[in-house]
Design a binder for this molecule. Structure first.
Ligand code: GDP
Ligand code: ADP
Length: 236
């Protein structure tokens, strides 16, 4: 029997740097599970249940709090996002995974450290000017998190998801004003996380303006870290 090796990775980068796009390619190529903190938050906001959650706030109230942070281009409080993400990771204890969008603060990175040891942190270093144009032409399929772009990777049928045929939408926070705020939050709160991981020796940075040029380097890098996709446990 082949002993499966568990792989733990994080992908970082400013909003719009291509984390979701590259994550899709990584998970398809290497068979890892993908967990996006933004997708988790949006799913929670859409959950219209009346249950009470761990923070003792009504889920609807919590949803409104998270939505207001996101719409203002601010980060959701560390304790809320950490509870949500770490709970999901606990359910994936026996799987290899790639975490996208978390951690975004040093406090979150410390919370993540308390539950696992990371194999690698991939940092997508894409200039802010490049990003601004991309986000205003981003279209998403909310239930799956699939991402499109009117220029870069348009859907086969305009306005519809390739897999389900369901309508695509634009995110409320992908407006020029909110994108500027998100980039500021990235500079102030998330860039220190890069230093945190650099000092631990797990950070690798990929610089560029086009995902198709960055991807072969990420692919080659992970190919060395994860020698054979079948040896990685991506399924529960
Ligand atoms: N023009 C262009 N758009 C891209 C490129 N890579 C990704 N995108 C698009 O840019 C937007 C942001 O990418 P996404 O993967 O969602 O970034 P994230 O916010 O870091 O997860 C999406 O609409 C992507 O389809 C690229 O190389 N060129
Ligand atoms: N780890 C996190 N900590 C705090 N807020 C988060 C985190 N992840 C996502 N968010 C919130 O969700 C928003 C959208 O995140 P995400 O979908 O990852 O988009 P992007 O990378 O394109 O900014 C963020 O601007 C922030 O408000």
């Amino acid at each position: 029997m082949v002993l499966k090796r568990i792989f733990r990775g994080v992908i970082m980068g400013p909003p719009g740097s291509g984390k979701g796009t590259v994550s899709g390619r990584i998970t398809q190529t290497f068979g890892l599970k993908h967990l996006s903190s933004g997708d988790i938050l949006r799913a929670n906001i859409n959950a219209k249940t009346g249950k009470r959650c761990a923070t003792n706030l009504h889920i609807k109230e919590l949803g409104l709090l998270m939505k207001s942070c996101i719409d203002q281009g601010q980060l959701v409080p560390d304790d809320i996002i950490s509870r949500l993400v770490l709970a999901k990771l606990r359910d994936m204890d026996h799987s290899s995974w790639l975490l996208d969008g978390f951690p975004r603060t040093v406090a979150q990175a410390e919370n993540l450290d308390s539950m696992c040891t990371l194999d690698t942190v991939i940092n997508l270093d894409v200039p802010f000017e490049t990003i601004k144009e991309r986000l205003t032409s981003r279209w998403v399929h909310l239930p799956s998190g699939r991402v499109y772009n009117t220029d870069f990777n348009p859907p086969k049928i305009p306005g519809l998801d390739d897999v389900t045929g369901e309508p695509l939408s634009q995110r409320d926070d992908d407006t020029p004003v909110t994108v500027t705020r998100r980039l500021k939050a990235y500079e102030n709160q998330t860039q220190p996380v890069l230093e945190y991981y650099r000092s631990k020796g797990v950070l690798t940075t990929f610089t560029g303006t086009e995902t198709n040029k960055i991807w072969p380097h990420v692919h080659a890098f992970l190919g060395k870290k994860i020698p054979h996709p079948q040896q990685v446990s991506g399924q529960v």
